[in-house]
Design a protein around this ligand. Sequence first.
Ligand code: ADE
Length: 253
Amino acid sequence: MTRIAILSALAEEQHGLLALLRQPQKIHRAGRDFWLGELHGQHVVLALSRIGKVAAATTATALIERFHVARIVFTGVAGGLAPGVNVGDVVVASGFVQHDMAASPIFPRSELPLYGRSLIACDEALSALLFEATCNHVAKAQAGFDAQERVMAHRVHRGLIASGDRFVSAATESTALCHALQAAGHEALAVEMEGAAVAQVCLDYGVPFGAVRTISDRADDQAHGDWSNFVREVASRYACAIMERVLRLLPKK
Ligand code: ADE
């Protein structure tokens, strides 16, 4: 049996997916709840990464070692970093970097020690599928908007996401982060706190990984206020709609 893992950082983001899960079975492992069941005709396991890279790596490792998942998809929220990546937009990851990895002068700045690289690419096919599903969902949602709402239409982006153990909540901080990443040759669209860790675990085990993050804030001085509202009101619905399309598009095994 092929099982797909769907990871969320927080219970609020997972809430809608859990409500739709058929024949749910809860298994407690490594201090976490893993929910096995069926969603839109696929065998899935829903799990919370929790927050930060180490917590996310623990969850990803358990998903692979204990539940033998065939692929992992992360759905959640992120702060917009690049110009034009605005609240309500969606970023489908092409790859991840850790913006707080700094083992220089032993290794080049931002390089993952002993990996010989700083960027970990997502699985190409899974990322393409997530992009297609997200574009479809956003286009359908916008068809229902009136003319004024359409002016603020949400965009779907595909590109690099930066992860680090820091909630970026000041414009000065996000500008400095962009400049540091650009100096290392990376144009990151968004910032969050888990994806690069899951990508690294998946690389180690050879498990395909993809991620889709809805932009909840601009990683600036308003980030905290925007973020908590957005996670409560919007993130869970986006995750449900996008994952429904992805699960229906994936071959049934
Ligand atoms: N996730 C959502 N917004 C974020 C931010 N501003 N910094 C880090 N992670 C985030």
